[in-house]
Design a protein. Structure first.
Length: 311
């Protein structure tokens, strides 16, 4: 299988890693292995743990493991990061960095059979791994109000009600079978002036469905809290996000744990308003990809990199 994924902001990610010692590292979103390969090639790695819920990642990990011996792969959700480490031979290890790339892998988008792309016809699936339902079930069985809420809250789609109404109309005639049918319904639901926008009209709805299918926001909240306990002193949480809901969760978590803002947020894990200061924010503002990277890889354009250090 061809690996189409290009790791985003890889140079910026590497710039935060310590170069003067052997490091333990967790690549919590292994994907096609782009981050792991680049880091293994350039840094002194004691142990590298790769995690990914998508079974396809095992193929790319196997290729990497033919060259490197000090690496291990767990085909599991990153929300189980603490269980995976604590039940493994690494239970006594602390980690110098944990990296999350929260974007969808190009290997997932470019495979039309996965149902992530609105550009190519494929089944309405969108599962990244084990999930209790797929996009087809949501689109063809959820009521109008629930669909509208998913599109608005998880996709920030302001035309969510009109899109949901038209989905209901279409599916009363016949089930909506594939990504192209859904994409066409969305396009016809939006005002004409939306066609002038840079992003595809179906982007926000497809994002919302993918997030809902894979419970991505709750997965992230759990993973942040659990990851911190695995870090060594001065260990780094390095997180690349690609949409505002995820970035807000990361930003609020870092602020909360660094003492920058003592207030509750609906995007945070269930934490008290007061608690110990355990993180220092390294990136005062999120780093963005350089223009040349965006030109070479347009999918990087919305990336934001945030880093915090355990104290």
């Amino acid at each position: 299988m061809i690996n189409n994924h290009i790791p985003v902001m890889i140079n910026e990610v590497k710039s935060f890693l310590p170069i003067n010692k052997n490091i333990n590292l967790i690549d919590a979103t292994f994907g096609g292995g782009g981050y792991s390969k680049a880091i293994l090639d350039e840094f002194n790695i004691k142990n590298l743990i790769a995690i990914d819920r998508d079974p396809i990642s095992k193929i790319f990990f196997k290729k990497l493991s033919n060259k490197y011996q000090n690496i291990e792969f767990f085909n599991q959700k990153f929300s189980k990061i603490d269980e995976l480490i604590c039940n493994s031979k690494y239970s006594n290890e602390k980690f110098d960095a944990i990296i999350f790339d929260l974007g969808v892998s190009s290997n997932q988008i470019d495979n039309s059979e996965r149902g992530f792309s609105f550009q190519n016809k494929g089944p309405l699936d969108m599962k990244m791994g084990s999930s209790s339902l797929n996009a087809y079930e949501i689109v063809n069985s959820f009521d109008e109000n629930k669909l509208s809420n998913i599109f608005f809250k998880l996709g920030e789609e302001k035309h969510s009600r009109r899109i949901a109404k038209n989905i209901i109309k279409k599916r009363t005639i016949k089930p909506i079978d594939n990504t192209k049918e859904l994409s066409d319904i969305i396009k016809k639901s939006l005002p004409f002036n939306n066609a002038k926008k840079k992003i595809h009209p179906a982007t926000k709805v497809f994002q919302a469905l993918r997030i809902y299918v894979n419970d991505e926001l709750n997965e992230l909240k759990k993973a942040l809290e659990k990851s911190e306990s695995l870090l060594a002193q001065n260990g780094l949480l390095i997180i690349v996000s690609f949409q505002s809901l995820e970035d807000r969760i990361v930003k609020d978590y870092f602020n909360h744990k660094s003492g920058k803002r003592w207030r509750s947020s609906r995007h945070l894990p269930d934490l008290g308003d007061l608690g110990p200061i355990t993180l220092k924010i390294i990136t005062k503002k999120p780093l963005r990809p350089k223009d040349f990277e965006i030109n070479n890889n347009p999918r990087s354009r919305s990336a934001k990199l945030r880093v915090a250090k355990k104290i």
